[in-house]
Write a new protein. Structure first.
Lengths: 140, 140, 140, 140
DNA sequence: TTTT
DNA sequence: TTTT
């Protein structure tokens, strides 16, 4: 049972190909960043403004494999998940905190679902290699 | 116009009374932390587990004043807003990043809307004092 | 896999105790109506207005039993689910259409979780009797 | 102030071009139907199943004009709004009820934002004609 | 730091 | 038919 609601809904574009790694037990973990932006006109200066937020998203298991197989830099996705705060230590030994979205639903929103990319033929195995999940870029 | 969707929905309890400050121009800003927790049974050990997330929420203007007037430590609220990442420098000069929810909708979900609290009579003006918005606890 | 998103989020009060029935195979089905209301001031007449919507909600299986055991007329709930349109024929043989929310998440939002009701002691088994699911009020 | 939450989020495709009409006072009203579908494998028969829901969506004012100008049959959209139940009388004098989503946010999710359509050149003024809002297809 |  |  859960007490309270912790829900995030994002529609945005991937800043890079998802990074897929595998846990020692075999489960997949995908990390990706998603940009959402909003634009408005500043009424005092009458200037157009744009603000982009970059969201750290982590996905597990089967959904992580789907992300690794079908999503690429620039892909537009719908993500639903929850917020999670994580503590880690950087290489200088400084304690840092990161908020990320743990996604439990994912939908591609553009037609590049064939895995085809702008830069010609795409090797589907590229993001699929079983890399150890240990050393990864943590935090932001 | 906005490109993409950046939406957060929370239902949880306040960890403390909201901190309300006023901008130089007079607009109110309320900061609060909201806890959401989920509990489940670990099927391998058959033990009950609970995980609590603490969310930093910031509210502006009229909604901030409502928060300051009606919400207290322990209040259950519905919050809707968007994720915003903010960069700041701590007192050691270390650059830090914080993710917070900028709320644009707020609803009280418990009957303590009279401002009555467990600890006896409550002074409604307490959180209403016009404190300068300058020096505040930043980050987490 | 799902194509598209079909999501409803409601916070409101039950108009009556949930009606719980059991399918021939034993699965529970709970029907309930939930009111959400919004109020505003009509700026042309300066009059306060209020508009209430009544939502038909249906819940299945274990969640339906929880609803039957813990929810009562007046209970405040959070509901998450999807829209479903259903066709049925009334007793005059007229074909009718009803839209309902099929809930997949439910949370009680008030302190009446002990099953205590305003009218004195409450028999918890009352809504629990295994009624046939056949003859029910359909449509609205 | 609103009591309760009444929120719908849809991502789906338009079943037809939006129908835009104008109120006597000049405000635009757009009606459209949006399909969401989910597919799954029936584990008892091992057959693939698909279920499509058709949602009636109504949009007002400036957003209605945007819908009329940029959306076409087949367009993929994100819609956010609220549920509203409406009573009307069909031509046989039978009282009917319809549930629709009143949208307050709309985002196009495919690249056909230039108004270009599959069937050749598209007249942008076509859906823009100021038709009276009186006689419209009501109900479903 | 909340809540059940 | 609910709730404040």
């Amino acid at each position: 049972m859960s007490k309270g609601i912790n829900k995030v809904i994002l529609i945005g574009n991937l800043g890079a190909d998802p990074e897929v790694r595998y846990m020692p037990q075999g489960g997949a973990v995908a990390n990706m960043t998603i940009a959402t932006s909003e634009s408005w006109t500043d009424k005092s200066t009458n200037q157009k403004k744009e603000q982009t937020e970059w969201h750290r998203v982590v996905i597990y298991q089967r959904l992580a494999e789907i992300a690794g197989d079908y999503l690429r830099k620039g892909s537009k996705v719908y993500i639903e998940g929850k917020l999670r705060n994580r503590e880690w230590t950087d290489k200088e030994g400084i304690k840092r905190y990161t908020t990320e979205i743990v996604a439990n639903e994912l939908q591609m929103l553009d037609g590049k679902q064939d895995g085809q990319q702008q830069g010609g033929y795409q090797q589907p195995a590229q993001n699929n290699q079983r890399q150890p999940a240990g050393r990864q870029n943590q935090g932001r």
